[in-house]
Design a protein. Structure first.
Length: 313
């Protein structure tokens, strides 16, 4: 369940309570009159089943609470209550499949911004992947995948396309368009340093046996990208841990970006171009699959809402 906290102007508290009272998935409804100081008003709290959260948020925003007061949500890991159990059973659908769109936008919002930390993590990931590629070390490449932060911007683009939010699309594309070239440039400079110090040469790339997947573009490249995008978005929408999914996403992007820099410095232009094509194909595939998952989830939500309206009528 989720804990809902609403700061409501006193004049709208009755309407807020009516919204929550009408929802069978709400439990532990508490009203603190005059408890809110800034902004001034009443504090309304409740525990709410994930399945009905989106409808409740829509009703509250229709009242203008997001402008005149505040609406906050937080995940509840442990709830021991028969009332809460009954509310979850009464709520339509399954909580694991429910999408809370405002929560989804909030979770991807911070991760999709072009920040110093985003650039730092992406650059370090590419550097690690380059070292892994040069040394033919899959373990090092996997370490780079753990650090890759690129799914946040890709998820923002997918959400923006589905919800027709240009701000999300623009923010995600900006992070990708600046982040990957910057990381590739730094990786290329590091590769030049490796050459100068004699740590590697073009000939060392001939002996690689386990890194062909990085630049070998094929049907399975797209299949992996589509599976990664679907898994990543399912992880976000179901509020499950996305740590391992992040590794899966990065297998299609970070190594390709890193190897493009290494191959270009060593004059292996065919492999460099193939790596960049691999990167582009996989970014497009991830975004497309993530958007498809969201479209299906949105259609399911609308169908559930229509069925609910018929049953109430």
């Amino acid at each position: 369940m989720l804990h809902l906290r609403v700061v409501s102007p006193a004049a709208l508290t009755t309407d807020v309570r009516a919204v929550l009272d009408a929802e069978p998935g709400v439990a532990h409804l508490v009203v603190h009159h005059g408890a809110a100081v800034r902004p001034a008003g009443d504090l309304v709290e409740a525990d709410i089943a994930r399945e009905c959260t989106d409808d409740v948020l829509a009703a509250l925003t229709d009242l203008g609470i997001d402008h005149t007061g505040a609406i906050t949500l937080e995940q509840l890991d442990t709830v021991l209550s028969d009332v809460a159990d009954a509310a979850e059973e009464a709520a339509p659908g399954d909580g694991a499949d429910a999408v809370v769109w405002d929560e989804l936008i909030g979770r991807t919002g911070e991760d999709s911004r072009l920040t110093v930390s985003f650039l730092s993590f992406l650059t370090i990931a590419c550097l690690l992947a380059a070292v892994g590629a040069v040394t033919d070390s899959p373990v090092t490449v996997v370490g780079a995948m753990v650090l890759g932060p690129e799914f946040g911007p890709m998820a923002a683009v997918a959400i923006g396309l589905v919800l027709r939010r240009r701000d999300l699309v623009g923010r995600g594309l900006l992070a990708l368009a600046v982040g990957f070239p910057a990381a590739i440039l730094v990786t290329a400079l590091a590769t030049v340093a490796f050459d100068v110090t004699g740590l590697m040469s073009s000939g060392s790339l001939d002996a690689l046996e386990q890194m062909d997947f990085i630049y070998d573009v094929g049907v399975f490249s797209l299949i992996v990208a589509l599976l990664a995008g679907a898994a990543g978005m399912l992880s976000l929408t179901s509020a499950r841990s996305s740590a391992l999914v992040g590794v899966f996403i990065s297998v299609t992007t970070v190594p390709a970006a890193a190897y493009a820099a290494v191959a270009a410095v060593e004059g292996r232009w065919g492999e460099a171009v193939s790596s960049l094509v691999q990167l582009l194909v996989n970014i497009v595939g991830v975004v497309a699959a993530a958007a498809a998952v969201l479209l299906l989830a949105r259609r399911q939500s609308r169908r559930r809402g229509a069925d609910r309206g018929l049953s109430e009528g």
